[in-house]
Write a protein of this length. Sequence first.
Length: 167
Amino acid sequence: MLFSCVKDVDFNQAEELEIEPSVAVSLLYFDLQASTIGLIPNNDVDGDSVEDITELDIFSEPFLEENLEGATFNFEFLNSTPRVFNAKISLYDDMYNVLDSEDVLIDVPKKSVSLIYSDSNVQTLKSMAYMGIELELIPGSPLLTPNSTGELLLKSSGTFFMSIDAD
C-alpha cells in the first residue's frame, strides 16, 4: 500500500523571485619601500605626493547599472616605516571628476578603512569609472635614506551587492 501527499504548487511565485548575490574583487595594491622614499631629496619636509589611478570598467556594464544595490570598499594599510603618511582615496567619473574622496592618516602600523555605499549614495558608484589613491609623506623625522628599512603596503578589495529580480 502506497501513500503520497501533494501540496498545491503556485507557479506564479517564480515571478516574485529575487536573487541578491555579492561579488568580491581585489582593487588597489602597492608596496612602497622606505628605501625608495629615501631616494627623494629632503623627504623630511612638505613635498610632492604620488598618485595611482585604476580604471574600474565593471561600472560600464548595463547589468551592473540596473542591479547594483551597494558596495563596501575595504582598505588595509600596513606601515612598518618610522614615518606618517596621508592617503587620499578618490572615486572619479569617466572625465576624472572627483565623485567622492576620503582622507586616511596612516599614523599607526596597521590602519583599516571601509567606505560603504548603499541606497542613499549608490548612484555615486554607478557614475564611477576610476578609483585612485594619492599618497603624501607627512613632514617629520627621521629622514629616510636609501638604506632605510620598512615599507608601506596597501591591500584593498570591494564587495558589490546586487539585487536581481525575475522581471
